[in-house]
Design a protein. Structure first.
Length: 132
């Protein structure tokens, strides 16, 4: 853990930079192409959004910054598993982005449970690569 905890240390930086950041379509397409390749090779891809402090997540969820719903749908369309973390605000950070040790351990346990549930659930077989 880092002390002192300064959860809002990056606020000024975030407020200045996040509105100017554009989610790269090229990088997104490279990610989707790689996921499709791995899935075709029999590698099960699993994705999740790491938790952050609620005030940072609110900024990140601006429609122009991070298109999570679209990315999730595209990854799932390729056969990837997307793990949704319930109650994301319960994970404590020391700087807004990085988890304190106790929360990191809890996140690991929560992801393990969610992954086990996802892997145990019946999944439809994809007939062919989906075009997005």
């Amino acid at each position: 853990d880092k002390y002192p905890r300064r959860v809002r240390v990056s606020d000024d930086h975030v407020r200045r930079t996040y509105p100017k950041v554009v989610f790269s379509q090229g990088l997104r397409q490279r990610l989707l192409d790689q996921v499709a390749t791995w899935q075709a090779e029999g590698i099960q891809v699993v994705a999740f959004r790491p938790p952050a402090a609620p005030h940072l997540e609110a900024l990140e969820m601006q429609p122009s910054y991070y298109p999570e719903a679209a990315l999730k749908a595209q990854l799932e369309g390729l056969g990837a598993i997307w793990l949704d973390l319930p109650d994301r605000a319960r994970y404590e950070t020391y700087d807004g982005n990085h988890l304190v040790a106790r929360s990191a351990r809890q996140l690991s346990a929560d992801l393990g449970r969610l992954l086990r549930q996802a892997l145990d659930a019946p999944r439809p077989l994809l007939q062919q690569k989906q075009d997005f």
